[in-house]
Design a protein around this ligand. Sequence first.
Ligand SMILES: Cc1cc2nc3c(=O)[nH]c(=O)nc-3n(C[C@H](O)[C@H](O)[C@H](O)COP(=O)(O)OP(=O)(O)OC[C@H]3O[C@@H](n4cnc5c(N)ncnc54)[C@H](O)[C@@H]3O)c2cc1C
Length: 341
Amino acid sequence: MNRFEYASPSSAQQAIGLLSATWGDSEILAGGTDLLGRMKDYVSTPKRVVNIKNLPGLHSISRENGGVRIGALVTLDGIIEASDVRRHYPALAKAVAEAASPQIRNMATIGGNLCQRPRCWYYRRGFGLLAKTPDGKSLVPDGENRYHAILGNDGPAYFVSPSTIAPMLIAYNARLRISGPDGPREIALERFFRIPQSENEREHDLKANEIVTEIFIPADKDMRAANYEVRQKAAFDWPLATASVVLEMSGNTVRSARVVMGAVAPVPWVSEEAAQAITGKSVDEQTAGAAGRAAVTKARPLSQNGYKTKLASVAVKRALLLATGQTIPDVHTAKTAGGVA
Ligand SMILES: Cc1cc2nc3c(=O)[nH]c(=O)nc-3n(C[C@H](O)[C@H](O)[C@H](O)COP(=O)(O)OP(=O)(O)OC[C@H]3O[C@@H](n4cnc5c(N)ncnc54)[C@H](O)[C@@H]3O)c2cc1C
């Protein structure tokens, strides 16, 4: 690890003042579970690390306008244990409980989770976010791309957005509060994630001297929600495809739907196609299956990741069934039966 200056401010204003306006010069340290690994691997080499764990007011969860406000420094464990989250947003508690391992959830903060950098192995081995050769060609389309994007991958980015919690928060219409030198601002979490067009851009709508301070989830209007992840094995690795759904029901009929897929695109992927396919219908094997297929109509797999199209489609179908209280095939049964359905 390179030498760096360490600062531990006690107010947001001080922290903002210590952050450089240029990406790469300084880094925010929250739980450190992503940043420290990147620094040890020389993927990130900041001259200054700004510890934000002493900033006041960012460690708690509270009710606000019928919704819930989560401070950016609340740990993933803190979210799972919060009664307000378990009671009003149980699908969020489940999504958080499925992320990483107990040790990591104990350290990792929700702000850090949303700002963590991609796990793309080209990026993590120093080839840059877009993994381009000096003549501007990406290494990914003809390279090792089995875990890369199947949607939103018409260039120049092929990595998948790493947070498995963001899709569930986006399905709940969460908003992000951010503080910077120009004061506070608020944006829909959906718009916080973006596909970088050059190596100078980041995958977040965030300036180098801005800090994510809070996540706000609006009031739950009797919603039905679920999160479903397809994993290679039951271990603390990132899933291969996920689906988060939030449904507003009118009796047994879906009045409106938010369907957000994870691990399939450089951003959490909001599927209008799946939402349209299920709206106005009751959820059953057929309608959920049709919505799952609709979710991947625009998928364009790379040379090695065609298998993800089926997984993403099944994740959407199963999330819809789970959200409406229906049983889904046991994963092991599905495996022995010859695949996922
Ligand atoms: C083995 C393993 C398995 C994992 N599995 C999953 C998984 O299944 N799902 C999943 O979602 N994640 C997974 N993770 C990632 C883990 O959840 C993240 O590393 C963690 O959430 C990051 O939070 P942190 O507080 O430690 O962030 P840090 O490491 O402190 O920071 C991460 C990045 O965000 C920036 N940052 C942090 N806080 C803020 C803020 N408030 N404002 C602006 N920028 C900020 C930092 O500068 C840094 O660049 C896994 C990690 C490991 C090591």
